[in-house]
Write a protein that binds this ligand. Structure first.
Ligand code: NAG
Ligand code: NAG
Length: 242
């Protein structure tokens, strides 16, 4: 009896915390949505142009709502000793767990192909579209300026390109960082050794990926523990009935 009461109290407390945390996350989400323009630029991971399209506010509201709802089910299920709510809680957490694992697998598989797809898209684009297609040029201009990189691998991606021919055999200025006073010809581009954008992006995302992976591992551990506790309570109540 002592053990059951203790586990039940832990389950109630833990789910109250999840519920409160969910309300906080949703509140932050609403706040971000309302004050998006002023707020987003403060958060370091989101002041990149690449990220500003991701709607962080909506994401936080959704996550917060799910956490609040799940916390309430878990809390009520344990407090009222309701087998139905407990098994519901268990099933929802299990589904979330499976979805997380699936997302992780898809991300891993996708990222190993990402380089191939990016290379197939980027290098012919740089040769033929850069300087011709406004959207493509803008995208590369802002990437190269923000990340201080040049081309996909290096400046040689521009050799013989449309831009190169149109501009008197010169490379885009971003390829000659630190030599802005001189025309960006082959010698200067080679000398300034500006890193290719692919390498830069990989470097840039690696840290974020590590943080995300750590958070995902922590969340999964909590989910497994919550599932174990819910199952224990369910089995105990089931046994008591018979
Ligand atoms: C991109 O940068 C190049 C080189 O600085 C410049 O000539 C071009 O006008 C820019 N294009 C756009 C669309 O911003
Ligand atoms: C530029 O990148 C290509 C492809 O990765 C590589 O073969 C070449 O050696 C590089 N050139 C310089 C100057 O780094």
């Amino acid at each position: 009896m002592g053990c059951f009461t203790f586990v039940k109290a832990v389950m109630v407390m833990f789910n109250l915390l999840i519920c409160l945390a969910g309300i906080c996350v949703a509140t932050v989400g609403i706040w971000v949505t309302v004050y998006e323009n002023s707020f987003m630029s403060i958060l370091p991971p989101f002041n990149d142009k690449i990220w500003s399209h991701v709607n962080v506010g909506i994401f936080c509201i959704s996550i917060g709502a799910v956490m609040t709802w799940l916390g309430m089910i878990g809390c009520c299920g344990a407090q009222k000793e309701s087998k139905c709510l407990l098994i519901m809680f268990f099933s929802i957490v299990l589904i979330i767990c499976i979805a997380e694992v699936a997302a992780a697998v898809v991300t891993l598989v996708y990222s190993s192909y990402a380089e191939i797809f990016l290379r197939m898209w980027a290098i012919p684009g740089l040769k033929e579209q850069y300087g011709k297609n406004q959207i493509f040029t803008n995208l590369w201009n802002s990437t190269m300026t923000t990340l201080q990189c040049c081309g996909f691998n290096n400046y040689t991606d521009f050799s013989g390109s449309y831009y190169y021919k149109q501009n008197g055999e010169l490379y885009p200025p971003a390829c000659c960082l630190g030599l802005e006073l001189f025309p960006c010809d082959e010698d200067n581009a080679d000398y300034s050794r500006v890193m290719g954008c692919f390498k830069r992006i990989v470097k840039h995302t690696k840290m974020n990926v590590n943080i995300l992976g750590g958070i995902a591992a922590g969340v999964t551990a909590i989910e497994l523990a919550a599932m174990g506790v819910a199952m224990y309570l369910y089995c105990y109540l089931d046994k008591k009935e018979t």
